[in-house]
Design a protein around this ligand. Structure first.
Ligand code: F0G
Length: 461
């Protein structure tokens, strides 16, 4: 047989394994009922393939584990902090670093420093914790992503792009003075892990410079974004991931990062900036909320693992295999005509629950239902990204009804094999085959903040 193309394979081999518990369908029905049909409330022990999130779930390399032994656990001035600072400067290009325990710690500080009550923060779709911190600081989030991002079928290669007309409309309505910064995510998690193009970042930058609006970036998955720029955007095919990431960062005054994603660690985050005043305020506030400015709630060994993870995250073989795995299962699902968000995103596959379960109205939580159903079928854990995640309207108290009602299957980095992808694919096909018999849910408990983490449901009769 003539081989047309060579497959990629993981650029690592497995040295340590973690056994998985196999469960029966009866076990799983019991577990999900106890968990109130919320996959966040399952015990991880009862999960077979855990695709809940790519956050903090990566496998660290031997190089990172070796670094853990070099943790300098001094209260102040740990050498691991200085190494991390060097690598943030080298790979992201920012002079000033404030470490935090994870991404939302950084979001909290940045929001507190930059936002005044009554301000507006435009962004390319929201992320749950990001928007909440902006709101807690007194701001109002305004979505300025292109319309294509809200359409799961649209195959725009850069669905994370910002619609400058929408941004301009907001500026005209409220005035640039009420907009402390634009919050640019790369990639956009809630849109399906979709990237923003370099050209769009550049155009938004020109607009913002004219209006004197600052640009800040949620660079949590900026490496994945850089990979999409490399393969999809004209002029970047021959540039390295390192070069693309650095160029992206030049357009921003600062970034915040959940290091639990791109940076290949189980815990950690930071914000970094070129603005000395913002840094000084952040360095002061971090002491109040996280820990001293040279550890920000992290152990020295965590900072060492992060610094080393940053070196590994930009390696082309790594990011190609990471996104290649997501594309592998995505393409299987597309071939089977399972409705997923297109194009296939960076960190996850998003099932379109509105199309998968069209007989279940949004108020009966189709995505929540589908995630529970997949778990019952095979022990694969996914999560809801729809009406439950969208929360309630601050003014009316009614549910927000997002256009996208999705189930996210999120892929930890360097953890699962292609065979795990096959099993997941088979399970989704099986649930799809019996979709008409699936009934929706009723919410029976709802916490005040980020309700999707702890809400409980019952099956409708
Ligand atoms: N920004 C983005 C784009 C994220 O995806 C996350 C977390 C955060 C900020 C907050 O970071 O969790 O370290 O505090 N996303 C996780 C997820 C929880 O599953 O997508 P964190």
């Amino acid at each position: 047989m003539k081989i047309k193309k060579r497959s990629w394979a993981e650029p690592f081999k497995i040295k340590v394994v973690e056994p998985l518990k196999m469960t029966s369908k009866e076990d799983r029905i019991k577990s999900i009922t106890l968990a109130g049909y919320n996959t966040f409330l399952l015990k991880s022990e009862d999960v077979y393939i855990d695709l809940l999130t790519d956050s903090g779930t990566s496998a660290m390399s031997d190089y990172q584990w070796a670094g853990m032994m070099l943790g300098d656990e001094a209260y102040a001035g740990s050498k691991n902090y200085y190494y991390l600072e060097d690598n943030v400067k080298k790979y992201y290009g920012f002079k000033y670093l404030v470490p935090t325990h994870q991404g939302r710690g950084a979001e909290h500080l940045v929001s507190k420093i930059l936002i005044k009550p009554g301000d507006y923060i435009p962004g390319n779709m929201y992320f749950t914790t990001t928007r909440l911190h902006q709101e807690l600081a007194g701001g109002t989030f305004v979505d300025v992503i292109i319309d294509e991002a809200h359409d799961p079928e649209n195959e725009h290669p850069f669905k994370g792009n910002i619609d400058i007309k929408k941004l301009d409309k907001l500026v005209k309505e409220v005035g640039a003075k009420k907009i402390p910064y634009i919050s640019v995510a790369a990639t956009v998690n809630m849109a399906g892990g979709q990237p923003i193009s370099m050209q769009n970042i550049r155009e938004v930058k020109e607009y913002c410079d004219r209006q004197k609006i600052k640009m800040w970036c949620d660079a949590t998955r900026a490496v994945e974004n850089a990979y999409f720029i490399k393969i999809r955007e004209k002029g970047y095919a021959d540039k390295s991931i390192e070069e693309i990431l650095l160029e992206m960062c030049t357009y921003f005054e600062g970034i915040w990062v959940s290091a639990k994603k791109d940076c290949l660690v189980n815990i950690g985050g930071f914000f970094a900036t070129r603005n000395k005043k913002v840094f000084e305020e952040g360095r002061n506030l971090v002491v109040v909320y996280e820990g001293l400015h040279t550890y920000g709630g992290l152990a020295g060994r965590d900072m060492e693992a992060m610094a080393r993870g940053i070196e590994e995250m930009v390696q082309l073989d790594h990011i190609k295999a990471r996104i290649g795995q997501v594309e592998y299962i995505g393409n299987l699902l597309l071939k089977a005509k399972i409705p997923i968000v297109k194009p296939i995103g960076g960190h996850a596959i998003f099932l379109n629950a509105k199309k998968f379960l069209p007989h279940i109205p949004q108020i009966q939580f189709p995505a929540q239902t589908l995630a529970a159903e997949i778990y019952i079928d095979s022990g694969v854990r996914s999560m809801e990204r729809g009406i439950v995640s969208a929360g309630r309207n601050k003014v009316t108290g009614d549910h927000n009804y997002p256009k996208l009602e999705l189930v996210r299957l999120t892929f930890p980095r360097r953890v699962y094999t292609q065979a795990h992808m096959d099993v997941t694919y088979e399970s989704i096909c099986e649930v799809y085959d019996k979709r008409k018999s699936i009934k929706g849910l009723k919410m029976i408990y709802e916490p005040k903040y980020l309700r999707f983490f702890q809400a409980r449901f019952e099956r409708l009769k």
